[in-house]
Design a protein around this ligand. Structure first.
Ligand code: PLP
Length: 367
């Protein structure tokens, strides 16, 4: 049986009754934008993420843009620092706010943005810091919060890969005013299209975000604040409300898969594991693999799908040339993209399938 890199089907099957009932009720109401499902979902997300408010938006990229706009970070003279190893959309969302994107290097053990490297690079033009909770693992938030405070900058978290994660026992929203999520279908909590959200512990911020995502309106046809049009639709909220009660269980399943991989690959020649914390929600399981291309082809020939997250660091992507960095400037991120490999991880992936992946990886390095 092939083992794809991602498989959404079992999650859809496990919740089918629930989402079908919600869709039927939605068609009964015939309201498709900003209705009862979105309002209820926002309450339920706030409770699940232990935060005062959650405001849903059109996608995770827009969540970052809106958060920065709300913080007044909208001018090219304002620098926003983030990691070079992330989805390009982190940089896209930051740039969309109108500010200047800057990149710092990663910690080679975790591949998370390194607060020491960032601290050495960031100066007084810094208006925001955007740590990314990459692969489901929260970035070290206490140092980033301290750094942001000392620079007079705002902390905007990219939690697009970390639904349900906590850091040092606290909800992510405890560390800063904006936590941004994506509900892209393959995320730990995903819908069946595009979707996103921002969580905040400030009721006043939440109120502004509600307006900013809806063209700056407050329910009528007057635009009060500079806003954009970025709304989650009712249909996606139906799926998300069906999936959300399962998030804890699904994250536990991901953690089980990850711990089986770690036990099975810890001593495998050619494989290096990342340093991860118990609090990671294991969005992706990434190894550092010698002869990665060959291993990938070998796994593919055995029916095993893999991914590379990501094949290039953002500072070397043509779209981010304005950051002014060259090859060699962020050596840890540049080295990582050459050997990282994402193995299959998702809820309901069987122990037998995980054992098959482990066996095939070991077989490759034995040959
Ligand atoms: C780390 C990270 N940031 C931002 C995004 C953007 O989210 P979206 O695709 O919902 O715009 C994603 C997902 O693609 C992501 O993985």
């Amino acid at each position: 049986m092939p083992i794809p890199a991602v498989n959404l089907k079992p999650c859809l099957e496990a919740t089918e009754q629930e989402w079908r009932a919600r869709l039927a009720a939605m068609f009964g109401r015939m309201q498709f934008i900003l209705g009862a499902e979105v309002a209820a979902l926002e309450q339920e997300l706030a409770s699940a993420f232990q935060t005062k408010c959650v405001v849903t938006v059109g996608n995770g990229t827009a969540a970052l843009e809106i958060a920065l706009r709300d913080a007044g970070v909208t001018r090219p003279a304002q620098e926003v620092w983030t990691t070079a190893l992330t989805a390009p959309f982190t940089g896209v969302g930051i740039a969309a706010a109108g500010c200047r994107v800057r990149f710092a290097d990663v910690d080679p053990e975790t591949l998370l943005l390194d607060p020491v490297d960032l601290g050495n690079r960031a100066g007084k033009r810094t208006a925001a810091i955007v740590p990314v909770h990459l692969y489901g693992q929260p970035a070290p938030l206490a140092p980033f919060r301290a750094l942001a405070r000392s620079l007079g900058a705002v902390l905007v978290q990219d939690a697009c890969q970390a639904h349900g994660a906590t850091h040092m026992g606290k909800p992510l929203a405890a560390y800063g005013p904006y936590v941004c999520y994506s509900f892209y279908p393959t995320k730990n909590l995903g819908c069946l299209g595009d979707g996103g959200a921002i969580s905040t512990n400030s009721a006043a911020t939440g109120k502004r975000l509600l307006s900013r995502r809806d063209g700056g309106r407050r329910g009528g046809q007057i635009a009060y604040l500079p806003g954009i049009n970025s709304r989650l639709d009712e249909m996606q909220a139906c799926y998300l409300r069906a999936f959300l009660p399962k998030l804890g269980e699904w994250n536990a399943m991901r953690r089980r898969v990850a711990s089986l991989y770690e036990d099975g690959l810890r001593d495998c020649p050619g494989v290096r594991l990342l340093r991860t914390s118990e609090e990671s929600v294991r969005h992706l399981f990434v190894i550092r693999a010698a002869r990665r291309g060959r291993l990938r082809d070998w796994l593919s020939s055995k029916g095993i799908g893999t991914g590379i997250h990501y094949p290039a660091p953002l500072h070397l992507m043509p779209a981010f040339g304005e950051a002014g960095l060259r090859r060699g400037d962020l050596p840890h991120a540049e080295r990582a993209v050459r050997d990282i490999l994402s193995l299959p991880v998702y809820p309901y992936l069987s122990d037998a399938s995980v054992a098959e992946v482990i066996g095939r990886v070991r077989e490759f390095y034995r040959r």
